[in-house]
Design a protein around this ligand. Structure first.
Ligand code: ZN
Length: 338
């Protein structure tokens, strides 16, 4: 989730918080996400470093990523190539990291997608891909709620109203509750393969972009409408809030695209699923560009490909990145072409 659901006003306020607060957040010391594990988490990759990321990195092991969180990554902006504000070069050893699991559980849980070749529709691999993205969501949601609680505390200390922060805490908790109930808990059950549906497409060539992200369909105008109707009809707790997870794994001669969702969303996300699985290339292009650049902020791109993009495309990406997520899908860029 990161900070994409936080209001612009709140984002600027949070950016102004002192380094002390970041220290306080670090000291929250949340343990490994594996059930009942009390070990401290290591820096895990949501995208495999020696695999996905190294496949699209340049010779120096760098990829381009969007600057997306409120803590900012300005200090990491390098001057080596012409990057506008909002994107930066990141070494693959640092790209896509999050404090998810302890070393043992990070190794154990994802060996099936990191140590053995990918096999289309392999159930264990599908569950591992979904689990990794959902873990990022859970961790970031917990961190976000922690930030808000500190912000609330600070406002109250100064005698200021914390009403808007209380609303943000409520919304973040509700979303987390839904993710835990519909995605996280079922992932640990024996019948998890019955809870989730997926499609797994392989393109017969490498694309220069990788992704491991949740895609929330209520940010898409069309889906927002039917999603809202469903929420109205069945109640907020009856519909999974997360949408689906999308993982794009480029390899030397092919690209795996794996889309996974709670089966309760079969109808709601059918339009997305159909677009990905279409035999019409332009439909697949629309799906990829919308999901990667408009509905997520978790992509990595090959720096040489970035350099080869026309300036108008770079400007468009920068413009999209600066917009609130619901506004972004008005014009889908054509950065990935098939
Ligand atoms: Zn652990």
């Amino acid at each position: 989730m990161n900070f994409r659901q936080v209001s612009r006003r709140m984002k600027s306020f949070m950016k102004g918080l002192s380094a002390n607060v970041e220290d306080m957040v670090r000291k929250m010391q949340l343990p490994c996400l594996y059930p009942n594990c009390s070990e401290m988490p290591v820096e895990c990759h949501s995208q495999q470093c020696n695999g996905t990321l190294s496949t699209i990195a340049n010779d120096d092991g760098m990829v381009i990523v969007p600057s997306k969180d409120a803590k900012g990554s300005i200090s990491r902006i390098l001057d080596e190539i012409d990057l506008p504000r909002g994107f930066y070069l990141e070494h693959i050893s640092r790209a896509t990291i999050f404090n998810g699991f302890c070393k043992k559980h990070d190794n154990d849980l994802f060996a099936t997608i990191e140590k053995v070749p990918l096999v289309v529709d392999n159930v264990d691999q599908v569950i591992a891909f979904h689990r990794r993205v959902v873990a990022v969501e859970v961790r970031h949601s917990l961190e976000l709620i922690g930030y808000f609680k500190i912000t609330k505390y600070m406002l109250e200390q100064r005698g200021l109203s914390s009403k808007s922060v209380e609303e943000e805490i409520y919304c973040a908790k509700e979303r987390l509750r839904s993710i835990v109930s519909y995605e996280w808990n079922p992932l640990w059950r024996d019948n998890s393969q019955d809870v989730f549906h997926h499609v797994w497409k392989v393109l017969p060539y490498k694309i220069p972009v990788s992704l491991a992200s949740s895609i929330t369909p209520d940010f898409n105008d069309y889906l927002y409408t039917i999603y809202s109707q469903a929420l109205g009809a069945f109640g907020c707790d009856a519909i999974p809030r997360l949408g689906f997870t999308l993982t794009i794994v480029p390899q030397e001669d092919k690209t795996h695209i794996i889309m996974i969702w709670n089966r309760l969303l079969d109808t709601l996300i059918q339009a997305f699923r159909d677009r990905l699985m279409s035999i019409d290339k332009s439909e697949v292009e629309t799906f990829l560009n919308e999901c990667v650049f408009c509905l997520s902020e978790d992509w990595c791109m090959n720096p040489d490909y970035w350099e080869s993009l026309p300036q108008c495309d770079k400007n468009e990406l920068q413009r999209i990145l600066s917009m609130e997520v619901p506004e972004r899908v008005k014009s889908i860029p054509r950065i990935i072409t098939l």
